[in-house]
Design a protein around this ligand. Sequence first.
Ligand SMILES: *Cc1c(COP(=O)(O)O)cnc(C)c1O
Length: 398
Amino acid sequence: MSETNTAAAADQSLFPTYARYPVALVKGDGSWLWDDQGKKYLDFMSGIAVTNLGHAPKQIKAALIKQLDELWHVSNLFHIPNQAEAAKLITDNSCADAVFFCNSGAEANEAAIKLARRYNQKVLNNGRYEIITFEQSFHGRTLATLTATGQAKVKEGFLPLPEGFKTIPLNDLDALKAAVTDKTAAVMLEMVQAEGGIHPVDPAYMKELAALCEQQGILLIVDEIQTGMGRTGKLFAYEHYGIEPDIFTMAKGLGSGFPVGAMAAKEKLREGFTAGSHGSTFGGTPIATAVVKATLETIVGDDLSARAAQQGDYLMAQLREKLEGNAFVQEVRGLGLLVGIECAGPIAEILNAAQERGLIVISAGPNVIRLLPNLLVTKEEIDTAVSIITELLEAKSL
Ligand SMILES: *Cc1c(COP(=O)(O)O)cnc(C)c1O
């Protein structure tokens, strides 16, 4: 029995929560992946914006192995030096002053929602609890974060949902003003809606939104889970907008493939949590935070955000040039290495055809091809991907 068959047989013991490709990837190095049949792929998906430093990056691997030799896990009832140092790297390189570690994006957003509510209810004593979020957003799969998510499909069958969330259209200031009440605790959004189709928020709107939050004492929560860790050409995407969130969240690229999440906030929010008010058994273990440290040191030390900006500009310029006049392509848009190609129809078969050609890409909604290469991707690799995509889209445009 081939390994693919073994994987298919094992899948009978799993919940069918994913529509999986009939491929088992077993090895990775930099921008490249290999399946169990020995076929090689150029990876422009990066585990959905997770392996931002490529597969099996050497510095991260060395830090992980060193920590595995020393200590794997201790309770958060003890000081964890790696955790404090990883937190300091985040606060030194962002607008935040305090960090809470957890294990995933959804948990980071849960922590943000809980902190926003608790700060209003226990520090300001104003009883505010409502969180305003946006149509087409994605914030995770826990009950609170799927309620915050502006997509009906993730909510189906999970009623009743938690109270205190309102979803409004993005880039519509009147809708925002109409949604704010004396119960509004926070506004939560992505700087580029990623799962929702690669839609960067309008810069003028974002300034107004931030100003309105400031005026009315509403907390601004930015979900940087997909946009963070250098992907958009800045360490955090909010930096493009000239605003500072009160709270922001990280996960995907934070551990270079090791599962870890974090919520970071400004000084005034520190007292929103007290000992025992929030926690996580696995949040910020010595291993996870050794990886976070090495990841941040690499991204910041090697200025990989600037590299992502450059390579992203090159990727988008190449796509725009090569796809110009293609009747099937409506728009190429994005920020840094978070890039979408909006098409005139469904693109599922293009993803399959790309895979056959040895290129792994993903969708962002039914009509958008999403490109998420790692931050170290080379021009040659970009050229290879662009030429495969161009050929497949040319066939569609005929
Ligand atoms: C992936 C993602 C999440 C959820 O992260 P998980 O680790 O899957 O829980 C939340 N928000 C955004 C913007 C994401 O891209």
